[in-house]
Design a protein around this ligand. Sequence first.
Ligand code: BG6
Length: 477
Amino acid sequence: MSKGFSKEFLWGGATAANQCEGAYLEDNKGLSTVDVIPKGKDRFPVGLGKMKMLECDSEHYYPSHEAIDFYHRYKEDIALFHEMGFKCFRLSLAWSRIFPNGDDEIPNEEGLKFYDAVFDECLKYGIEPLVTITHFDVPVNLVKTVGSWRSSKMVEYYEKLCKVIFSRYKNKVKYWLTFNEINMLLHLPFIGAGLVFEEGENEEAIKYQAAHHQLIASAKATKIAREINPNFKIGCMLAAGNNYANTCAPEDVWRSIEKDRENYFFIDVQSRGEYPNYAKKMLKRKGIELQVEDEDAGILKNNTVDFISFSYYSSRLTSANPNINGNTEGNVFATLKNPYLKASEWGWQIDPLGLRITLNSLYDRYQKPLFIVENGLGAVDTPDENGYVEDDYRIEYLREHIKAMRDAVNVDGVELMGYTPWGCIDLVSASTGEMKKRYGFIYVDKDNDGNGTLKRSKKKSFYWYKKVIESNGMDIE
Ligand code: BG6
């Protein structure tokens, strides 16, 4: 049995438009939901959809507006990715760069040209783009006019976006993801789906209705993609991490199964093409009646994804006992503290074996190729005067996760297409809006308040990851 990865294995890194591009209103880009989410104490209530903020004001700082200015520096950044040996670069399109208001008649040519240029730059180096169609962004106009994904109109707008991008980039991009972390909608509904709630609304019903619309949109996108280019590979994307049971009490085990299903629900539909029975029963129990169209069942059934992609940062821990508390901080997926695990400075628990567990669970369940499109350690880096960071802690985290991934492939036989660690260049944190929560191999000189030269410099992990890719995952020391 081979000990390494296949020759085609896609090593690379991942980013998202709103966390790196900046230029938030440049070249006719429209305002997007992520542009109105401030850093600071209001970030969480806005992200939850509890506090309505659909315009920017002068009292808040909005980190997406400049981010790391990838919009103007993509050539330099992609050249650095190439230097590390990237075979793949995951990025997302900003919807409002292409349709500034979401419902425009014609797309914004300047936005389309920008992505042409980015893809050309990748292809020049033989880097395969992996494109997330929407990564936590909705044109703000669609929140104001139709209430975002609570409305079925969104499916039409999304289809229109997909037709435009699939046709335009059909010879440049092969790998597509329809929605980033589709299950995030349940946890941070404004970030995941642009949902803002009014007092007294049934939030759960709205969330599942929005989920239904995204699932239909995802299936329709898959259909359109195959019509435009049968060689496209379409994936779904899950914020993954298995729920462990807090004890071997059967009640705890059962609770962990239920918690896992909250997440699997989305992928069950996208991969198997229908609502699983447990979800139908759950919706019924909660008195939620989804508004569905006659054609929906067929659309879901006939347009399942080619592969399953996911982010993995940590496993989760669950108890059936409501009196047990001690949730970790800073993670939108409420989880108990696992005494066997260390945690990052932001309280995210570190569990490399959990990655092997997740890979096996997903592969056993779906029997489709998997792709790890996010993984990594958010940490505070202290650069020297040249911007060099001795980030052994990051290397250690990634090394252990790569080992686990290697075991899943070589020992367990999981089919894995690639690995794109998150924030391969430092970028804005999605949960906190901070810059100091860094994941990158490349340091970016910018602080939490927006000060800095934006200069890029290579960290120790840059050279380490280059070696990992060169040896196809064999030399990870
Ligand atoms: C995932 C998102 O949830 O985790 C990314 O897809 C995000 O957008 C990443 O940045 C890491 O989370 P954070 O909060 O540390 O940026």
